[in-house]
Design a protein around this ligand. Structure first.
Ligand SMILES: Cc1cc2nc3c(=O)[nH]c(=O)nc-3n(C[C@H](O)[C@H](O)[C@H](O)COP(=O)(O)O)c2cc1C
Length: 175
C-alpha cells in the first residue's frame, strides 16, 4: 500500500448535513480543508496542507475514475464522482464529490475546489460493484492499458442503462 494504511473495511457514514470541503493547487496539493474534512479523515491540518489529495485514495478505487476527473477539471469543466475515501485509521467513507476549477481574473486555472456530500445508499451499492469490475479490468489490462480498459467498461455501463452521458448516469443513481 502506497500510504502504508491497511483498510479496515469499516465504513464511516456521512450525514445529510455534512459538507466536506477542500481546495488544491493546480497539481492537486491540498491548500485548504474544512474542519469536517479533518474530522472524518482523521488528519490534522498540518498533516494535510501541502500533501497530494491522493493521501485519501482507497485501493478499491479504479484509476479510470480519477483519470476522468482530472481530464474534465483540467479542461475547465466541473466533475461529479462517487468516491470511496480512506481515513487515516484505515476506515472509509463514501461521498458524492463535486470538483470545480478556480480561476484568477485572467481566466487562468489557479487550483480546484471540492465539495463532498452524502451519496444515496443505492448509489454506493451500485458504484461499489461497478468500481470492483473496473478495478479487475484494470488489473487484467495491465498498467499501460488500465485506464482505457476501465473507461470502456464505464461507458458501456452508461450506454447499457440508457443514460445520455456520464453526468445523467451519476445523478440517475443519486435518488
Ligand atoms: C480538488 C480535488 C479534490 C480531490 N478529492 C479527492 C478525494 O476526495 N479522494 C481521492 O482519492 N482523490 C481525490 N482527488 C484526486 C487525487 O488528486 C488523485 O488523482 C487520486 O487520489 C488518485 O491518485 P493517483 O493519481 O495518485 O493515482 C481530488 C483532486 C482534486 C483536484
Amino acid at each position: 500500500m502506497k500510504n502504508g494504511i491497511q483498510p479496515t473495511n469499516r465504513e464511516v457514514l456521512v450525514s445529510e448535513r455534512d459538507f466536506i470541503v477542500s481546495k488544491t493547487d493546480t497539481k492537486g496539493r491540498i491548500v485548504y480543508a474544512n474542519r469536517l474534512f479533518m474530522k472524518i479523515s482523521g488528519y490534522r491540518e498540518a498533516e494535510l496542507l501541502g500533501k497530494q489529495h491522493n493521501l485519501l485514495r482507497h485501493p478499491d478505487m479504479p484509476r479510470g475514475v480519477f483519470h476522468l476527473l482530472w481530464s474534465k477539471i483540467m479542461q475547465g469543466h466541473e466533475c461529479f464522482a462517487y468516491i470511496k475515501n480512506l481515513c487515516k485509521n484505515g476506515d472509509h467513507y463514501w461521498v458524492l464529490a463535486n470538483v470545480t476549477p478556480d480561476y484568477d481574473p485572467m481566466d487562468q486555472i489557479i487550483g480546484y475546489f471540492s465539495v463532498r456530500r452524502k451519496p444515496s445508499r443505492e448509489a454506493v451499492d451500485y458504484f461499489n460493484g461497478l468500481y470492483q469490475q473496473m478495478l479487475s479490468t484494470e488489473t487484467r489490462a495491465g498498467p499501460k492499458n488500465a485506464v482505457t480498459a476501465s473507461t470502456e467498461l464505464l461507458n458501456q455501463a452508461i450506454n447499457d442503462q440508457g443514460f445520455e452521458n456520464y453526468e445523467t448516469f451519476v445523478f440517475g443513481h443519486q435518488t
